[in-house]
Design a protein around this ligand. Structure first.
Ligand code: F3S
Length: 379
């Protein structure tokens, strides 16, 4: 493959993997079963990224392993009043290239909704929130790959053996306990703090929590830090990590206060946002329960982002959300897209959205639980 016997595209792809692997001190490749390609939004990668993909696609190569695709910059449902679809034709060219090579058009950052990995399975996933979830929740093995590397792995079926692919590098050294007061707050808050303040792989002790809270905790950690694995006590499969605890930290409410912003005065426009990482059915059901007693928003909008397939599978749920004037965007999110208008403030349950939206869209933001978000917009 490296010598070009399968064509220049595969040679180039394998060369990328070998070069990165050698630079990191790896001496072997490892076969993967699932690649997840990120860095596919036109508003992020622009013309150079589009051209890179089109160059590959012109040779009509095929992915050698099951491959899923991260969100693009357009709402595939075409209903959102928040997401601007101005790059629709450009995004369509990116999607055509990836789907043409064999990628599954899931357009989501929760690829595990479509194919949950097994403990110990080797993957090459881009998208930091998906990577940390795969390692921590499922006990799978993937490093945080950039878009081009995940694409190269999709084409070749290999990645370099390094980092979290080996058990000896999956060693947790810090134990993080959440004080009872923190445990009652959105786990995103703890995630942002851990990401910012802890360098080693942590063991995090949490009480039983819904899946969307765990997803938000891990995504926040990966956004404010460079984490790709956190051992979740009682959840992470035991055989997929080791512990050598050197330090124990207890997180108190005062540690995370800075992430809780204050709503603007009555004149300010508020964007409530749920769905970073994309919503899972269980989170939508919780949202439905909270919205039942309201008819429509009283201030601002409530945006929910999710995988396109989830919307078609749960169409009665979608109908209900639309009846409550929820703004639904499919296969995208406000971090990787363009907004139609500017909001004064974003209130979200996502530490990752909080982290990036302030930087990318210059928004003020705060973190709250689902109930508080719904009440802020509808009550
Ligand atoms: Fe997903 Fe967008 Fe958040 S891609 S993890 S919803 S930033």
């Amino acid at each position: 493959m490296l010598k070009g016997e399968f064509g220049w595209v595969y040679a180039k792809a394998l060369e990328i993997i070998v070069k990165v692997g050698e630079a990191l001190g790896s001496d072997r490749l490892v076969e993967i079963t699932h690649a997840h390609v990120s860095g596919v939004s036109y508003s992020n990668i622009g013309e150079p990224g589009l051209e890179f993909l089109r160059d590959f696609y012109r040779e009509r190569p095929r992915f050698r392993v099951y491959t899923t695709i991260n969100p693009g910059c357009v709402d595939y449902g075409m209903l959102s009043q928040v997401i601007d679809n101005k790059y629709f034709s450009k995004q369509a060219l990116i999607d055509e290239s990836l789907v043409g090579m064999g990628g599954k058009p899931v357009f989501t950052c929760i690829p595990y909704y479509h194919r949950p990995p097994m403990p110990g399975e080797h993957l090459a996933w881009g998208e930091s929130s998906a990577v940390i979830f795969a390692n921590s929740y499922f006990g799978a093995r993937t490093n945080r790959e950039g878009g081009p590397l995940a694409l190269a792995s999709a084409l070749t079926g290999f990645t370099y053996l390094h980092g979290l692919h080996s058990l000896e590098n999956r060693v947790a050294r810090v134990l993080v306990e959440l004080s009872p007061l923190i445990d009652n707050k959105p786990l995103s808050l703890a995630g942002l703090w851990i990401g910012e303040n802890i360098r080693d792989i942590p063991v995090v002790k949490i009480r039983e929590k819904p899946l969307h809270e765990i997803k938000a905790l891990l995504a926040a950690m990966a956004a404010s830090g460079s984490h790709a694995l956190a051992v979740l006590d009682g959840i992470t499969p035991r055989e997929t990590y080791k512990t050598e605890i050197e330090e124990t930290i207890t997180l108190e409410p005062s540690d995370v206060e800075k992430y809780v912003g204050e709503l603007p005065g009555l004149g300010g426009t508020v964007l409530g946002y749920i769905g970073c990482p994309h919503t899972h059915p269980e989170e939508l059901v919780a949202l439905k329960r909270l919205l039942e007693k309201y008819r429509e928003p009283r201030r601002g909008k409530l945006l929910v982002t999710m995988p396109p397939e989830l919307a078609s599978t749960y169409s009665p749920l979608m109908k209900f959300l639309l009846s409550r004037k929820v703004d639904i965007a499919l296969g995208t999110c406000p971090v990787v897209s363009v907004l139609k208008k500017k909001y004064d403030y974003m209130l979200t349950n996502s530490g990752k959205a909080y982290f990036y939206m302030r930087k990318i869209h210059g928004l003020k933001a705060g973190i709250a639980g689902l109930k508080e978000i719904v009440e802020s917009i509808y009550a």
